[in-house]
Write a new protein. Sequence first.
Length: 290
Amino acid sequence: MRPDDWYLTEDLDEFLSRAGDFLRSRPALHTVPLTVTDALRRRGLHFYSAEAPLFGVLADDTVRATVIHTPPFPLQITRLTALEADALAARLAGLGHPATGISGPRETAGAFAAAWQRHTGAPATLGLRQRLYRLGELTVPEPRPQGRARIAGREDRELLSRWKAEFDTDTGHGVGTDTAAWADARIAEGGATLWEEADGTPVSMVGATPEIAGQVRVAPVYTPADLRGRGYAGAATAEVSRAARETGVAQVLLFTDLANPTSNRLYQRIGYRPVADFEVWRFSGTALRV
C-alpha cells in the first residue's frame, strides 16, 4: 500500500463518477459522504466554506474507500484497514494538506488519528464517540406533550439559524457552519420541523437530510436548555421519522453522542436500533513534519 494509491481531486463530478456506486452500495454506513456530496451538488462547492473541498478515492479494480474534506470540518472517511489509513495520512501529510480532525467508523478513525500523529507530529485527541442508529418499528413516545409539529418556513429562518448555532456550541460538532445558509437550505428542502406549544411558541427543532440512495438522516435534534425534559424532542423526532418513512425511503438514520445516555435511551424507545459506532478525533497544531 503506497500513499500514491490514493487518488485526490477537487472535482465533485469526477469523484462521484468514480465513487458514487461504492457510496450507494452501503447507504447506511456511508450516510455522511452521501449527504455531504448531495449538499455540495445541490448548493455549490462552497456551501460549507469558502475553501474548496477535497475528495479522495482508493481503488484497484473496484473502489475500496473514500475520503472527503470540507474545511474547516474534519476529514470524513469510509472504513479502512490500518495500512490504508496510514497511506492516506502519508499522502495528505506529504502534500502539506491541513486537517483539523478525522470522522469515521470507530476503528478506522482511531487508526488514521494514530497515523496522522506519526506523519505530522500533531497530537490527536478523541473528541466524540457516536452511534449510528436505523429506525425499526416506530413507537411514538408517551406521554405526548401538548402542541404539534410543523414544517419550518421562511418566517422561522432567524430561529433556525440561532438554534443551529446553539446546537453546534453545545455539541462542539459543526462549529464553523454558516448557520444562516444552513437554515436557508433546510427551509428550501422542507428539512426542518418545529414542535410548537398550543399557543404556537416553537420549543424544539428536528432536521432531516434530503433523501439520497434510499436513506434520510435525522439531524440535528435540538431543544433549548430551559425547555428540556418535557418530551418535545422525542415527539418531534418521532414525527420527522414517521414523515420520512411515509415518503418510501428504505432507511431512516440518526447519530447519537454516546456520552449522552438520555438521548440514546430516547431514540431506542422510539424504535431506533444500533448499526455501527463512529468516532471524531481532533488534531492540534499546524506544523507538518515533512
